[in-house]
Design a protein around this ligand. Structure first.
Ligand code: GLN
Length: 383
């Protein structure tokens, strides 16, 4: 029997390559940017990170699903990615926290899974030529038809995906870090600041870290205006992670520009890119991005190396930095900008994920630095 005859799903890339495998989860057909993540664990968090909206994610670790899915570790209401690709799916998870299998979870969430393909070959292709658009189908297994669909599908560049994943209305967040956050930087702090978190597709562990260090958090949709945010009288503003290209998000850039200098600002990932754009820098698309849980980053202020969790395909262009941006962190794999601060305003940001989930906790100190910035601004107002 040929490979095609026993396959129940096919992934075709715009470059003409095809991968036949077995379907799991839901069935149907989706298009998306095909990207890879090198984390060995954390698939529950990766599936539910809204920043993957618009993407078909493949894992480089060969066995996925072995500890099942639990609802304490998820990072949003449900999977936001377009499809999930693994070398080998574990159908018999073994973990006391598991509530259902990965297969059942994706089926219920309507997300297509593909297993049994040579993920090393797929990832080598993405690394050598860069991320490409792909189509994953369980209903059309004709390679030529799928390649044509992949070639006709829109690129992720220029799309506003934030409005697909942001909340429709504001809400208060109260949950702190859970029992399994054993490496929390410090004990829970008493609540002493009010932070407005602008939600462009936020990972929940960011909110847990903010409450843990003493913030009362009001989450507002990514389209909120500066006037709406200032009316809430926050001590600081947080800019969240989120999906897709930052440049088309002109409403978010305008809001941040209007908030700059008025109160302390901390941004993560998409929030970092938007802060850079608001300050006058440009962003560009990386060849294949950084997605994994062991990306080395140098903190340039103390020369310490942090091992970080990352998920981004765009970055701030070092050649376009205005004079008031100081680069504070660099990726040691490719020297790209991983952190910055404004020298004339209380605002800073990182391209990586200090909340981890999943990943190392080396960078959790940044949440405390945000609190220090809010302390300074309160003292200034009193003086
Ligand atoms: N995790 C994020 O916030 C990702 C930011 C942006 N969507 C990128 O891909 O670069």
């Amino acid at each position: 029997m040929s490979q095609e005859a026993k396959s129940s799903a096919c992934l075709a890339l715009a470059d003409g390559s095809v991968f036949f495998g077995s379907a799991f989860g839901a069935s149907g057909e989706v298009t998306g940017e095909v990207v890879f993540n090198t984390s060995m664990t954390g698939y529950g968090e990766i599936l539910t990170d809204p920043s993957y909206c618009g993407q078909i994610v493949t894992m480089t670790y060969p066995l996925i699903g072995n500890y099942g899915i639990n609802f304490e570790d998820v990072e949003s209401n449900g999977p936001r990615l377009r499809a999930f690709v693994v070398r080998e799916l574990c159908r018999a998870p073994s973990n006391f926290r598991s509530e259902l299998s990965l297969d059942d979870y994706l089926r219920k969430a309507g997300v297509i899974g593909l297993e049994g393909i040579d993920t090393r070959s797929l990832v080598r292709r993405l690394r050598s030529q860069g991320s490409v658009t792909g189509v994953l189908s369980t209903v059309d297994l004709d390679p030529q038809s799928l390649i044509a669909k992949a070639q006709a599908a829109p690129s992720i560049v220029g799309q506003d995906l934030v409005q697909e994943v942001m909340p429709a209305a504001s809400f208060a967040w109260t949950e702190r870090l859970g029992n399994f956050a054993t490496l929390a930087p410090q004990d829970s702090q008493p609540t002493r600041y009010h932070v407005v978190a602008i939600d462009y597709g936020m990972k929940w562990n960011i909110l847990r870290h903010l409450t843990q260090v003493g913030c009362r958090v009001t989450v507002v949709p990514g389209t909120s205006t500066a006037a709406e945010i200032l009316a809430l009288q926050p001590d600081g503003v947080f800019l969240s992670n989120g999906p897709g290209d930052p440049e088309p998000l002109t409403y978010a850039i305008r809001t941040i520009r209007e908030l700059l200098g008025k109160l302390p600002i901390f941004g993560i990932c998409l929030g970092h890119q938007l802060l850079g754009l608001a300050a006058g820098a440009r962003t560009y698309k990386l060849k294949f991005g950084h997605r994994g849980a062991n990306q080395p980053v140098m903190n340039l202020r103390n020369s310490k190396v942090e091992i970080t969790s990352q998920n981004h395909g765009f970055a701030i262009d070092a050649l376009t930095l205005p004079a008031n941006i100081e680069v504070t962190h660099r990726n040691l794999n490719d020297q790209t900008i991983e952190g910055m601060r404004l020298t004339d305003q209380p605002a800073f940001s990182v391209q990586y994920h200090p909340e981890a989930a999943a990943g190392p906790h080396d960078s959790a100190y940044l949440f405390e630095e945000f609190c220090s910035l809010m302390d300074l601004s309160v003292e200034k107002m009193k003086a």
